[in-house]
Design a protein around this ligand. Structure first.
Ligand code: HEC
Ligand code: HEC
Length: 406
């Protein structure tokens, strides 16, 4: 085996197929756990965190495990619910201490393609780093584990389920010390890998647009598509591309595209200001022009991700269209008036009830039911409990009691 790669005998130069694929793509993929349709480019993965099924599976267990929060009441999935495309249905998310975060939970569909993360942080570029915020962040407290790393890893390494999953996901580290196997690096790499596997490209609109199925969406949705991509509504300028947003990075792009915009939700002082803690990337750049600029969210699965906007302040799609975009930004109707810093594409438009209906039907055609119900993305602990119950009924009761998640 050792000479396989370097043998001078051409007849012996046979690479294992997976290795050959990894070398050809140059991405270090030892396998392809994503199963992307062929019209979608590959997302970028950090060179030190090759995507494997074993890491995805470990990450899924961690994502759904309430032992990851201080009082064991919360997991990532408490605020990122699969049936809601990994949002939580709340206006603002609430952490373990009951404190509300200033923000609305975000969908994790296709998060692998996001070059910058969260609503308004131009410096947060890695899922591995992002995971530290809900776990250890103190402003706001989400899962409350700041300073509790030892407690966290003690909970984890005692569980035989994790002992197996960590060994499989990190075989090299497993041959070294316990501390090299169970630490923040492996934990966040696994969480990031699971999140990269949350791929959603199977909506009726995809079937219509890329799958050669002309009847996959309704006539109303087709009329809505025309409105969405037209110059009257301008939606596509920011919500264009295969992920319906202008924040995108993948292997075919030399540089990622970043889109932060002020859509005119607020204008508190007449000069365009937004509320404290929700001032967009201004909070990082201190540039007045960046006031109120937030990252464009994907519109995939938007039917199930209400309430909308960074602060959850719009309840339904009809209001997004009629009471926000059509009036050139909601603040136009407030005492502050229209926001002078808003994007030039937010100009307002006349829209009939029939057109609102059509546009909404188009947005609903972006719902990927397979994604929302895929058992691959679901709570593995619940699946284990179901399996256990089944075997208990077969074998009689067991007294094993493992603290797990909801
Ligand atoms: C208390 C609720 C809550 C919990 C628990 C939580 N999140 Fe979030 N998540 C949010 C909110 C709110 C945002 C938006 C944050 C912002 O913009 O500042 C977010 C944003 C994200 C994003 C950015 C998505 C994007 O498109 O940029 C990722 C990734 C993420 N969370 C992953 C996780 C992971 C992993 C965990 C568990 C370790 C977790 N979250 C736990 C509420 C939560
Ligand atoms: C100038 C860029 C831009 C244009 C044009 C634009 N949007 Fe947006 N859209 C955004 C940004 C940025 C946000 C988040 C704003 C915030 O939270 O402050 C957003 C948010 C949304 C949301 C909420 C999604 C969520 O998950 O909360 C919907 C729905 C939406 N836009 C639909 C549309 C439609 C329909 C149009 C056309 C009428 C449109 N957008 C035009 C940039 C744009």
């Amino acid at each position: 085996m050792r000479h396989l790669l370097f043998s001078l005998n051409p007849f012996k130069r046979v690479l294992p197929a997976t290795l050959a694929v990894a070398m050809l793509t140059g991405l270090g993929f030892a396998e392809d756990p994503l199963g992307l349709p062929n019209w979608v480019p590959r997302p970028l993965t950090p060179p030190n965190n090759t995507l494997t099924s074993a890491k995805i599976e470990l990450g899924r267990h961690l994502f759904y495990d309430t032992r990851m929060s201080l009082d064991q009441s919360m997991s990532c999935a408490s605020c990122h619910v699969q049936a809601k495309a990994f949002t939580d249905g709340q206006k603002l998310s609430i952490g373990v201490t009951g404190e509300a975060t200033p923000r609305n939970s975000m969908s994790l569909a296709n998060v692998a393609f996001m070059p910058v993360l969260t609503w308004a942080n131009p410096n947060l570029t890695s899922l591995e780093v992002q995971a530290l915020l809900p776990l250890f962040g103190e402003h706001p407290v989400e899962m409350g584990m700041a300073g509790k790393e030892t407690l966290l890893f003690n909970r984890i390494k005692q569980d035989p389920v994790y002992q197996k999953l960590f060994r499989e996901a990190f075989p090299r580290e497993a041959q070294r010390t316990q501390d090299e196997l169970y630490n923040i690096a492996t934990l966040t790499q696994a969480l990031a890998s699971f999140q990269r596997s949350l791929i959603s490209f199977n909506s009726p609109y995809d079937a219509y647009k890329y799958g050669g199925q002309p009847h996959a969406i309704s006539a109303a949705a087709k009329r809505g598509e025309t409105l969405f991509f037209g110059e009257k509504l301008e939606c596509y300028h920011c919500h264009g591309g295969f992920n319906f947003n202008d924040n995108i990075g993948h292997v075919r792009m030399p540089f990622p595209e970043l889109g932060f915009h002020n859509t005119g939700l607020f204008n508190l002082n007449g000069k365009g200001s937004y509320p404290q803690l929700n001032q967009g990337i201004f909070e990082f750049t201190a540039d007045q022009d960046d006031m109120g600029k937030f990252r464009t969210p994907t519109l995939r699965n938007v039917e199930v991700t209400s309430p909308y906007m960074h602060d959850g302040s719009i309840q339904d799609l009809r209001s997004v269209i009629k009471d926000h975009y059509a009036v050139a930004g909601r603040s136009s109707l407030s005492s502050g008036g229209s926001n002078p810093l808003r994007s030039p594409f937010i100009r307002g438009f006349e829209i009939s009830e029939a057109e609102i209906h059509d546009l909404t039907e188009f947005l609903k055609s972006l719902t990927d039911k397979d994604f929302l119900n895929d058992p691959k993305h679901a709570n593995p602990w619940q699946q284990k409990q179901v399996d256990k119950k089944a075997s208990e009924t077969a074998k009689g009761p067991s007294h094993e009691n493992r603290a797990t998640s909801k």
